[in-house]
Design a protein around this ligand. Structure first.
Ligand code: ATP
Length: 283
């Protein structure tokens, strides 16, 4: 049996962390959304061989148990004692190690796909609970709809849909290690966001006011090591972005635009300035 799944990239409309847990990981306070830049997965479930295999068209990805898609298949196969083998083929469109949650979204797509293929009947909440061990962004990606995400990433509270605004995504030519950035956070100096106010504006449908409250408290830390992030952001704002900020721990920067013409201006203005630029919409 073959199941196909779409794995959209995520962006952090807001990213804050009030403290570090005793295990060293951040307690998150994030508002996340998905965009129509996506990987596509084909999941083939077969009697023989009974192993898990992953193939992708990206030269940057491991194809063994280090691949998050492999780990997702392994979690469900062992937890539900499935003997069948699984072959996963990933058409990779989301830039790797970019702050766009590509690996997490692939893992979430495998969980959704195998839940259907094996007729496990698990709810999204149950899949999200099983998925935290893979990566902190996987529970959100299981839903892939605008949500308030807290805890280690496992508490996902879906929010009302957001307008399908235009988003320009630009990835500078650097790779950022998420664990390294997370270890470097100095909680004494973080400038916290008004996420409660942002949630109120979103819940009341005041999108323009919500855009003004978005932010990412980790921006100064990543920017201090990769100044091209600040340059990209400033260029986006100068070209008319309604909001421009870094996604996750970076290095990708995104601009949200209320009009398509402004998004196009930013997209055209950044090509040549940055090697990877995409014009997409909020899902
Ligand atoms: P996040 O924002 O969730 O931290 P990211 O966008 O920064 O994620 P990913 O693209 O998910 O980063 O890649 C992070 C690491 O995960 C890379 O080192 C990559 O090799 C590894 N990885 C494993 N499986 C995958 C996958 N299917 N797709 C992308 N990266 C993967």
């Amino acid at each position: 049996m073959i199941v196909t799944e779409k794995a959209p990239a995520k962006i952090n409309l807001s990213l804050d962390t009030p403290m570090r847990y005793l295990d060293g990981l951040p307690k998150w306070d994030m508002i996340m959304a998905s965009i129509d830049l996506a990987d596509y997965l084909t999941i083939d479930i077969h009697e023989r061989p009974q192993t898990i295999k992953v193939y992708s068209d990206s030269g940057f990805l491991p194809n063994d148990q280090r691949n998050l898609a492999y780990q997702a298949a392994h979690v469900l196969k062992t937890r539900f004692h499935q003997t069948a083998g699984v072959t996963i083929r990933i058409k990779k469109n989301i830039p790797v190690a970019a702050g766009l949650g590509g690996g997490s979204s692939d893992a979430a797509a495998v969980l959704r796909g195998l839940n259907k293929g094996w007729r496990l009947g698990l709810s999204l909440a149950e899949l999200a609970k099983l998925s935290l061990a893979i990566d902190s962004d996987v529970p959100y990606c299981v839903y892939s709809q605008t949500a308030h995400v807290t805890g280690h990433g496992e508490l996902v509270a879906p929010l009302p849909p957001v307008p399908h605004d235009w988003v320009v995504v630009a990835k500078p030519k650097v790779s950022v290690s998420t664990p390294t950035i997370l270890r470097q956070i100095n909680y004494e100096t973080l400038e916290h966001l008004d996420n409660e106010g942002l949630l109120r504006e979103m819940q009341n449908g005041n999108w323009d006011r919500a855009l003004a409250k978005m932010g990412n408290v980790l921006e100064p830390l990543t920017e201090s090591q990769y100044p091209e992030i600040r340059r990209l952001k400033q260029k986006m704002l100068k070209l008319g972005a309604d909001c421009a900020q870094m996604s996750g721990t970076g290095p990708t920067v995104f601009a949200i635009c209320r009009s398509e013409s402004r998004a196009k201006r930013i997209y055209n203005g950044l090509r040549g300035f940055c090697s990877e630029v995409y014009q997409v919409v909020l899902l």
